[in-house]
Structures are given as structure tokens and as C-alpha cells.
Design a binder for this molecule. Structure first.
Ligand code: ZN
Length: 221
């Protein structure tokens, strides 16, 4: 793989930034693609751009504002509260978002001569998004290959990892501090450790604390 080129679906958050470092380790050439769908926080796009710049990665920002026309949701509309009721899809859910993002990323990748697509989707912290499931990714991979007569390989390095294991992966890639201090996951638009109170911050913090605890236990002996 080290001679080949990959395109990473990149939001500037913890997961996709970890995927970016993973791709840099495994591929000769890496590019990133970010989708602009009028996110609640424009800062997301700026964060993604500045990370790509710092890592010297070519970065494409694609206008996906049509997504709001199709599915108004809490990620883009400040008048819809971010909530996640037990047993229900969170209010940040957009039907088919990953399907659309990966399909657009594939079109770009083929133009750029890249066969490999990397995405940070994950079944473990599964919030109920059907298009984050492994079976969907495998199905889409086949569909994309048939649709474009091309041998794509979709990589999902985080698919079976929990948040603590995602931090561990970042650490193994030598990127723990980078991911911790430069990425944006917080729904309230605060970089690094975030507001500490929104669902994304709580998940991120809990994972980091768990990982650091486990690391201390291992290295402490
Ligand atoms: Zn937050």
C-alpha cells in the first residue's frame, strides 16, 4: 500500500484526524476531503484546513449545502437542540450522510488517481447511524467499484475501536498531543478539550481518561 494514494474523509475532529495520521503511515500520498454543509460551526472547516496545511496535505473542501435542503438537523440548525434520547437516533442524524460523503469522496479520489478511501466511521460508539455500519461500508465498496468500474478499497481503521482505543491508536501513531490539542469535536465549537459538557466532549474526555489510566497502569509497572 505504501506506494499508493489515499483520500481521507476529514472533518478536523478527533476521529478523522487520527485517520489522517493512520493514512500518512500506510500510504505514499494522502489527500483530505472536507464537506461544507453549513455546519453549526464554520470553525470546523477552518480547523480542518489548518490541520491539513500543517501536515502538508492537499485539501479539498466540497460544498454540500444541499444536505440542509434535504435534512435540516441539529448539526446545521442552531434552533434544533442537540440531544440523544435512549433508543432513538440523535438529533444530529442526517439520513444517508455517509453514503453521500463517501460517494462524493470516491468521485474525487478516482479523478486524483487514488484507489484508497479512508473514513473514521465506527460501529463501537454506534449512535444508531445505519450508514456507519461495517456491512454498509462493505456494500458501498462493491457498489462504488461497479458504479465507476474501479477498484476502490474503503479503509475504516476505527470501525471496531472504542474512544479509548482510538486515543491509543493516535498515541501509537505519535499523534496523541496533536489530536488532543488541535482537533475540534465539541458541539459548542471549542477546540481541544472542548466545553466538557456536550455529548461529544463527554465521550471524548471519558475515552481519553480511560486510555491514559490504562497506559499509566501498564507503564507504571
Ligand atoms: Zn463540547
Amino acid at each position: 500500500m505504501k506506494t499508493e494514494k489515499a483520500v481521507v474523509v476529514f472533518s478536523g475532529g478527533q476521529d478523522s484526524t487520527t485517520c489522517l495520521f493512520w493514512a500518512l503511515k500506510h500510504f505514499a500520498e494522502v489527500e483530505a476531503i472536507t464537506f461544507d454543509y453549513n455546519q453549526r460551526h464554520r470553525l470546523e472547516i477552518d480547523v480542518a484546513s489548518s490541520i491539513a496545511k500543517e501536515l502538508g496535505i492537499e485539501h479539498t473542501v466540497l460544498d454540500m449545502s444541499l444536505l440542509n435542503q434535504l435534512a435540516p438537523n441539529a448539526l446545521t440548525r442552531s434552533d434544533i437542540a442537540i440531544e440523544h434520547k435512549e433508543g432513538e437516533l440523535p438529533s444530529t442524524f442526517v439520513d444517508g450522510r455517509n453514503l453521500l460523503f463517501l460517494s462524493f469522496a470516491a468521485v474525487l479520489a478516482k479523478q486524483k488517481g487514488a484507489r484508497h478511501l479512508v473514513t473514521g466511521v465506527c460501529e463501537t460508539d454506534f449512535s444508531g447511524y445505519p450508514d456507519c455500519r461495517d456491512i454498509f461500508i462493505k456494500s458501498l465498496n462493491v457498489t462504488l467499484n461497479l458504479a465507476m468500474d474501479y477498484q476502490f478499497v474503503i479503509h475504516t481503521p476505527l470501525m471496531w475501536l472504542n474512544k479509548a482505543e482510538t486515543w491509543k491508536l493516535a498515541d501509537e501513531l505519535g499523534a496523541l498531543e496533536f489530536v488532543r490539542t488541535k482537533t475540534l469535536t465539541c458541539y459548542n465549537g471549542i477546540i481541544a478539550d472542548g466545553c466538557g459538557e456536550c455529548p461529544a466532549c463527554i465521550l471524548r474526555k471519558r475515552g481519553l481518561e480511560q486510555y491514559l489510566r490504562e497506559k499509566a497502569e501498564v507503564t507504571g509497572r
